[in-house]
Design a protein around this ligand. Sequence first.
Ligand code: HEC
Ligand code: HEC
Length: 365
Amino acid sequence: MNELNNREKELLKQIKHLLSLVIFLVLVIVVFTFINVSGIQDISRLLSLNQQHKEVKANLLNTINDIPAIAKSQDLWHAPEERELQNDANEAVLSYGRELISNTSVYFGPNGKLASISNGMNCQNCHLNAGTIPFGNNYGAVFSSYPKYRARSGKIEDIYKRITDCFERSLNGKAPDTSSKEMKSMASYINWVGKTVPKSVKPKGSGIYELPYLDRAADSIKGKILYKDKCQSCHLQEGTGQFNFDKTAYLYPPLWGPHSYNSGAGLNRLSRLAGYIKANMPFGASYNAPQLTDEDSWDIAGYIASKPRPHKVFNNDWPKINEKPIDHPFGPYIDRYTEEQHKFGPFKPIKKELDDLKKKKQASI
Ligand code: HEC
Ligand code: HEC
């Protein structure tokens, strides 16, 4: 009797063990299936994005191929052709410079091969096709105008200072040393892009498209609706952008949030952002085939500008307040308008007041 009882107890114990093992295994299977399904979904989402991106990029490249001819016919600046670079005596340096500008993140991003000194953006994210597209924030006027006086620093700046600025602001990080092979190569390449432009000339089509001011402030509520329709598929609802497959760079760069350009960057001025968007976004648009009206571009820019981004203070900026651009979003100003109005507009009244002030000053001399 007693013996049977013991055997029963033993059996019961084994059954319990077996049962907990089964429950454990079921749990493990459930967890793994869940991880796998979401993992696979993630991978297939990225693969399809990659495919989509390749198609858009191929389309853009087609457009780009047409651009020099169109630019020529419209008397706009156009970059030297790629094969000229290959035939240049300085080819190795120029190609390395171009590579650093196209794939900056591979070298200087958070997992950079050479250093980890930037937010992971590529120069090319803003200077399209390595700074060669008309109105694509290109480098057409750099060789012709640098060294030059810049109001932001109140000093004569050379090209190295200007590249450093973009590393510190647009890439929210630090620049490599001016004497490094990398800085020298980038500078050589940027100069090469604008090599045919005569000294002091800023050709039409260089830099960023100048969008005429609206009669009203940019409307970030309208901008939000447009953003959802025209931008969100790539840059995402949270503006974070999306990494490429192996996370070495952005497939779609961030527009705001901790990994975007900081508050001291050029794109944090509404006119720069709106002009860039008008001539280049949604990706695939160009100055001669824009997809947005002027108003839409200002409103979307207003929405992006209303979002948070890294704040970095540059105490030595704008030593002469009267040289601050109208759309610089931080005071002090010499006029009576608020920071809000300097950030979102309307800009026309500010411009009028500043023009009147200048006239008065000239009259009193
Ligand atoms: C987030 C966008 C962004 C990124 C990324 C960026 N830049 Fe810029 N860059 C700008 C803007 C905006 C301007 C000012 C254009 C203007 O006001 O006409 C500018 C201006 C410049 C200029 C001067 C152009 C001129 O005609 O005066 C140079 C040179 C330059 N950038 C180099 C670089 C380099 C090199 C990198 C990468 C290390 C880089 N930029 C990354 C936005 C960016
Ligand atoms: C089809 C995808 C796609 C759509 C849609 C799109 N973009 Fe972009 N955007 C890109 C890509 C790709 C880049 C970087 C270009 C490169 O590296 O060659 C970029 C770069 C930018 C940049 C400069 C870099 C940065 O991150 O600050 C801004 C600003 C921008 N886009 C704004 C917009 C706005 C506003 C819209 C909607 C009107 C929009 N984009 C729609 C793909 C897209």
